[in-house]
Design a binder for this molecule. Structure first.
Ligand SMILES: C[S@@+](CC[C@H](N)C(=O)[O-])C[C@H]1O[C@@H](n2cnc3c(N)ncnc32)[C@H](O)[C@@H]1O
Length: 278
């Protein structure tokens, strides 16, 4: 209902390894993960997950491993984390960026796996989370089904994701801000799913009474931080090539960005943290 049947191929994180320049995507995550609003959202995710000593925890779509590393460093050493991603580029970068002892001691294991088809037995994990994975999935329902399968009874699931519906950029015209919003709504596979993912969680076996939804507004101040999170030029190019926006709209928007006062630009993006138990 909330996902499209055919993958359009415009969502770069839905096909990381076949993207023309996968290191562009690892560098993107490295930069974005250091931005204050993203750090605050990860802190909130950590609090909601509340990892306990001795637990087995899975991070789905772990990317370069920033979240799972930070979780592991703050949690009792007896807790075991598994970071999975379907991109070998991401897994390699995650391993490279992780202190050797966290991997050799088995505290964190990075594995190349598709979240649609997890190679773990039923009822393996105490908790699972996915940080900005679901917006990129062609079949989110199947992935939730897989997560619920590998969770123990009572296991926690947290899905943290952006909802692009009300994306707004101040410091440029409403028209130019609208072109960027229209572009991202078109090129991201599931731009609104974050808002509705609780429904899929309940349909796939998460207890209705356990579900909570928290919405926070991420605020990226200045052109540099807005550019880091939106990659405006690259996104507009994909939007234009796929026919989502016209070349005139792209050029008008790029002109406005170029002429704007960088300090006046602020990006507002809704972010949802949805938690539930099996
Ligand atoms: C936007 S990144 C988020 C990375 C990380 N969770 C973070 O918060 O920095 C999305 C990640 O999901 C991965 N991904 C996309 N589809 C996937 C799938 N079907 N199974 C596993 N990983 C997937 C991508 O390769 C990418 O690393």
């Amino acid at each position: 209902m909330h996902s499209r049947k055919e993958q359009k191929g415009t969502d770069v994180f839905g096909r990381t390894d076949s993207y023309q320049d996968p290191t562009f995507l690892t560098t993107y995550l490295d930069t974005v993960d250091s931005l204050l609003p993203i750090r605050e959202s990860k802190q909130r995710l950590y609090n909601l997950l509340d990892p306990q000593a001795g637990e087995l925890i899975i991070d789905l779509g772990c990317g370069i491993g920033t979240t799972v590393r930070e979780m592991a460093l703050r949690t009792n050493k007896s807790t075991r984390f598994f970071g999975i991603d379907n991109s070998q580029t991401m897994i390699n970068k995650a391993e490279e960026s992780t202190p050797e002892d966290l991997v050799s001691s088995g505290i964190i294991s990075f594995l190349k796996q598709d979240a649609n088809n997890l190679r773990f037995g039923d009822e393996t994990f105490d908790a699972a989370y996915a940080d900005r994975l679901f917006q990129h999935l062609a079949n989110p329902k199947q992935v939730i089904r897989e997560i619920v399968r590998v969770l123990k009874p009572g296991g926690r699931l947290i899905i943290a994701d952006s909802c692009w519906e009300d994306l707004r950029i101040e410091g440029i015209s409403e028209e130019a801000s609208g072109v960027i919003r229209k572009t991202l709504l078109s090129i991201i596979e599931n731009p609104l799913l974050a808002k509705f993912v609780w429904e899929l969680m309940i349909q796939e076996g998460i207890k209705q009474e356990s579900v909570t939804v928290e919405k926070i507004k991420l605020k990226f101040k200045g052109l540099k931080s807005s550019e880091a999170v939106l990659k405006i030029k690259e996104a507009l190019k994909i939007g234009c090539d796929s026919g989502a926006i016209s070349i005139e709209e792209m050029n008008m928007t790029l002109r406005e960005i170029k002429n704007a006062n960088p300090d006046d630009i602020t990006t507002f993006l809704d972010f949802y943290l949805t938690r539930g138990e099996k």
